[in-house]
Design a protein around this ligand. Structure first.
Ligand code: PLP
Length: 442
């Protein structure tokens, strides 16, 4: 099959041509648990990983395989494993190399679900997560010791929307012999973390990749660039015999297949044992979503820029949070990493604080009020009273969630309709606090 490099073509063609038996152009949904082995010899070879044909859909499925190949191609990686959610992608990407007694160094600027996983659930499993401020990349080095198994961060973390210094932290990661895992959920197509030195990419496919708010899913992409054998002492789970697989040493057992030790192990041990696999139907939905992903990301980016500029000029808005509105090193990071635009997320601090923020949300008519991002529709939420409700006032402040902060995930509706709805809701947000429109309360 020809290898394409343009994302628009990859999104439609990578990993699949017409179905060999029926000629079906759309990827068939292989809604089956198991696969008939042609003979006992083949069955034996499949279990021994000498033949990578399908066995059972918890470990691999032909529909899911197309999505895996397509996302791997889109990211410039060597292979991928799809899982049941973005949360599962984060958990599996780390549990694949970290165990009781190990630690991970994570950016503080991450999604709340990842924060909970790291500071509570991982802790109960004996995996320590050390949180560091990403504005100084050297913080990652300072937190590293001989039991550090990974660095973890988000490309475009909300609410701050400060792009992560991938290149700088990847350089430190290479020096220290630690892989950098990037959650690129908010920036597919517009940023390819592997191009900037990251070693592994995870996604919640629930967001932009699906794009239509129908399905929960996640995926892990292996860049194939991290040398697990060179850093053998740091990665015993890949370099010593695995008793759960007849004593296989993953870096050796997978050599004939290429630099895929990490991703093969994730599939054949963690999908097998933890079972967080993606359903074929959801994979089909994500394949549909991917077909228009590059097109949608362009529209999200364009509309979000228009919304950010509109809010910047609005008297009811104190601050606009968008990569284009940053300065200095923060802006430079956005410009060097987000080569396809600044993405679809916009935050703003409304005049009138918490109450005005709540009135704004309640006044929206076109924009949906939901705890989600990356839908084709425009979405809004008031984090201080919803997603970040459990945090103390100080913790909210540290996370960038001020009382009047409103988060928008700008969709692909006509920009005039998006702006008209935001405009009318801003007007209504002033009503019972008596702030006249036209007065900048900042
Ligand atoms: N990563 C990011 C950046 C997210 O925003 C989310 C969900 O909001 C996740 C991971 C978790 O994804 P999922 O809801 O698919 O488990």
């Amino acid at each position: 099959m020809t290898t394409y490099t343009n994302p628009e073509t990859i999104a439609l063609h990578a990993g699949y041509r017409a179905d060999p038996t029926t000629g079906s152009v759309a990827v068939p949904i292989h809604q089956t648990t198991s696969f008939q082995f042609p003979d006992v010899e083949t069955a034996c070879a499949r279990f021994a990983l000498q033949d990578l044909g399908p066995i059972y859909s918890r470990i691999g499925n032909p529909t899911v395989d197309v999505l895996e190949q397509r996302v791997a191609a889109m990211e410039g990686g060597v292979a991928a494993v799809a899982v049941s959610s973005g949360q599962a992608a984060t958990a599996v990407s780390l549990q694949n190399i970290a165990q009781n007694g190990d630690n991970i160094v994570s950016s503080t600027d991450i999604y709340g679900g990842s924060w909970n996983l790291f500071s509570n659930t991982f802790r109960t499993m004996g995996i320590e997560v050390r949180f560091v401020d990403p504005s100084d990349p050297e913080n990652f080095r300072r937190a590293t010791d001989e039991r550090t198994r990974a660095y973890y961060a988000e490309t475009l973390p909300n609410p701050k929307l400060h792009v992560f210094p991938i290149t700088d932290v990847a350089a430190i990661a290479n020096e220290e012999g630690v892989p950098l895992i990037m959650d690129n959920t908010a920036a597919p197509v517009i940023c390819r973390p592997l191009d900037h030195g990251a070693h592994i990419v995870v996604y919640s496919t629930t967001k932009y990749i699906g794009g239509h708010g129908t399905s929960i899913g996640g995926i892990i992409v292996d860049g194939g660039t991290f040398d697990w054998e060179k850093n053998a002492e740091r990665f015993p789970m890949l370099n010593t015999p695995d008793p759960s697989y007849h004593g296989a040493v993953w870096t050796e057992a997978t050599k004939p297949m290429g630099p895929v030790a990490y991703i093969i192990k994730a599939r054949v041990t963690l999908l097998r044992d933890m079972g967080a696999s993606m359903s074929p139907f959801n994979a089909f939905q994500f394949i549909q979503g991917m077909e228009t992903l590059p097109l949608r990301m362009r529209e999200h980016t364009k509309n979000a820029q228009s919304v950010a500029d509109f809010l910047d000029d609005h008297p009811m808005v104190e601050t606009v949070i968008h990569p284009s509105k940053t300065e200095g090193a923060v802006k430079m990071r956005a410009d060097t990493h987000m080569t396809g635009g600044y993405g679809g997320m916009v935050g703003f601090e409304i005049s009138g604080g918490r109450d005005a923020g709540l009135r704004f949300i309640d006044a929206l008519q076109l924009v949906y009020h939901v705890a989600n991002i990356g839908d084709a529709r425009t979405l809004a939420i008031h984090p201080a009273t919803s997603t970040h409700q459990q945090l103390t006032a100080e913790e909210q402040q540290a996370a960038g969630v001020t009382p009047g902060y409103v988060r928008l995930s700008v969709g692909i509706e006509h920009i005039d309709d998006i702006l008209a709805d935001i405009s009318q809701a801003l007007e209504k947000s002033t009503m019972s606090v008596g702030i006249p429109v036209g007065t900048n309360a900042a």
